[in-house]
Ligand binder design. Structure first.
Ligand SMILES: Nc1ncnc2c1ncn2[C@@H]1O[C@H](COP(=O)(O)OP(=O)(O)OP(=O)(O)O)[C@@H](O)[C@H]1O
Ligand SMILES: [Mg+2]
Length: 104
């Protein structure tokens, strides 16, 4: 089965640090996937590229095998990609689903 989403050879450099160096990532339908790594490993940077918050220096993103350009959060939202940032305070009046909608 082909991946729903694929990131190939993603690289991103910030001044003084190579945050991502040729990273590959595949996501399959029906899967829940975790990205695990030490502080500063580049997890958030990868997700921010996917959600259009950061621009990659190199690499490609494919959805259902087709290359897509994600230049901003609106592009990502059109492709069905949203991000819920880690937030330490609880919002007792919202369900997880409602919170997700706000971020998309
Ligand atoms: N906007 C930015 N400007 C400069 N450097 C950044 C920026 N964002 C991230 N970095 C650097 O890129 C590297 C990867 O950071 P990132 O936040 O992606 O890691 P992380 O895996 O999400 O870490 P954590 O577990 O602490 O959330 C780190 O060295 C970080 O300092
Ligand atoms: Mg992070």
């Amino acid at each position: 089965m082909d991946p729903v989403l694929e990131m190939r050879g993603i690289s991103k450099r910030f001044p003084g640090v190579q945050a991502l160096d040729n990273v590959d990532f595949k996501l399959y339908s029906g899967e829940i996937t975790s990205i695990i790594g030490q502080n500063g490993a580049g997890k958030s940077t990868l997700m921010k590229i996917l959600s259009g918050n950061y621009q990659k220096d190199a690499g490609t993103i494919l959805i259902h095998g087709k290359e897509v350009e994600i230049n901003n959060t609106a592009d990502a939202a059109r492709l069905g990609i949203g991000i819920v940032y880690q937030e330490l305070s609880l919002l007792n009046n919202l369900t997880v689903a409602e919170l997700s909608l706000i971020h998309i």
